[in-house]
Design a protein around this ligand. Sequence first.
Ligand code: FCB
Length: 475
Amino acid sequence: MSRPVTSARQQWRLGLTENASSMFSCVKDVVPASYCYVMKLDLGSLELGVATAATQIEGGDADTNWHRWATRPGAVKDGSTPARAADHWNRVDQDIALLVELGVKHYRMGLEWARIEPKEGVFDAEALGHYRSELTKLRQAGITPVVTLHHFNNPGWLEERGAWSRRDTVSAFLTYVRRVVQHLSDLVDEWITINEPNVYASQAYWFGIWPPAHKSVHEAMIVLSHLSQAHLRAYTLIHAIQPSAKVGAAHHLRVFDPANRTNPADLAGAKAMEYLFQTTALEAMSYGRFLPPLRRTSTTPPAVSASYGKPGRRYYDFMGINYYTRSWVTGFSEGTRPNSPVNDLGWEIYPTGLTRVLRKVAKRYPGPIYITENGTADAQDCFRARFLADHLSAIVDSGVPVARYYHWCFTDNWEWVEGEEPRFGLVQLDYESQTRQITESGRMYADMIAHRGLTDEAYACWVVPSAGGSTRFVG
Ligand code: FCB
């Protein structure tokens, strides 16, 4: 894989690009410049972007399920709340300048429903105006947004009355979606209806660790049914308002491997988990097929299973995949593979899982496929460079055409009940002073965007010194 092109480093020397100098912050370690460079990893047509979510970066006092929850003692590990986060609401210009500095052309962002509709049926023109202005600035900066409508965040009024365990929340969501799309469709071509419905339903209603902290499998399945229905109906609604729109969901997918392949209980547990956690939501939201225990209602759009697997009749225009890790399954309990490389949150770093997920998804759900999230918690920024190289390589290795990759996260952010401690950002945040600093892995990412891949120079500069994580790139 080689492409004789002028390297960013040369461009910088020749004064051709303003930002290129920042790409080689560890220039002392770089192999001598040459007039061509060799690609360690060629990304071809895969476009790189970054992702965020409203509640995790905006800050401020929006009345959401999370703002309410986080004020309870012990609810969030470090006692932080989303009121601070990255103060993005007040720092849009600064953050767009950082996106530009990184060379980012694709940005996944979320909307805070509670800001837009602070009381049921009451829409806040100022909040919508704020998002309009942000989207306008992004586009002026040459950045294409994809906008998430629901990312674990409910307005307080909705949460209070039972949120997604109630069937009428689907219509409440559609009212909000209608207003947003009518208002912003000239600035947004792509919408993500719901982020990780399976994670939200299981964390909030099954395991009881996210608000409203219920512990009922039955209720979790009802919630998942309602979220799936909300996606199907929003898909149709958005197309009715904006026929050219591209609409999809962001599915959290992982690999479930039995701890012991010869133990029938582990095998059955892994299968059951994959079915409940992944297959049900994927089938319901892609084809309107509600497999048990998901349930349809009289207003659920029809299944399109007659044309199953064929492009054209389906409820998504792109398949969004969030990939982080694998689950190691013993009986019906799930854990982390012993002695595996892990990130700061103890999640196994398993790039091959992404290859496996992609191959599996591509068989049943025709693309385009977007990786709508992938990233890692690395406070020292000492293994993210390798993580990135390995996961992007895993995409290329899969042989599955993937159109986009949105790195989670653009900046450090408020990580739900984990609070401010986990550091997922390509841009590091000092929460006290709100100063931002591009990390070394962020510089590598910028370099990859500029070169559409990983050059030998960048590999030597950032990946080689990078710690642990995997054995994909040795040396
Ligand atoms: C995903 C969420 C995202 C963030 C990352 C680390 O499951 O969608 O908001 O929390 O995990």
